[in-house]
Design a protein around this ligand. Structure first.
Ligand code: FES
Length: 104
């Protein structure tokens, strides 16, 4: 799936992501340094916070209590916040936009 990722300098990058890969993995593999992903995808650091295109939110698996809890601690939490390590890519997410949230 092709995903448009915007970093904290408002630069947009287009990345192609294989189904099954996490959005966090794809962004870090691409060398986009704004997404620290310090815990390596264990859903425990919240440094992979992104805002997801509203129209794709319903197509991503629901949030776990852990993800919800971590996002609630962020001052930059929005309606469309997700942790990128918990977003599993699939072909139905083709064309999605994701914006890296500011650092807490
Ligand atoms: Fe740590 Fe996503 S990489 S919560």
């Amino acid at each position: 799936a092709t995903v448009f990722v915007t970093d904290r300098d408002a630069l947009e990058m287009i990345i192609d992501i294989r189904p099954g890969t996490s959005l966090m993995q794809a962004i870090t593999d691409e060398g986009i340094g704004d997404l620290l992903a310090l815990c390596g995808g264990m859903c425990s650091c919240a440094t992979c916070h992104v805002y997801i295109d509203e129209k794709f939110l319903g197509q991503i698996s629901a949030m776990s209590d852990d993800e919800q809890g971590l996002l609630e601690m962020s001052s930059y939490r929005k309606e469309n916040s997700r942790l990128a390590c918990q977003v599993r890519m699939s072909d139905s997410l083709d064309g999605m936009r994701a914006t890296i949230a500011p650092a807490d």
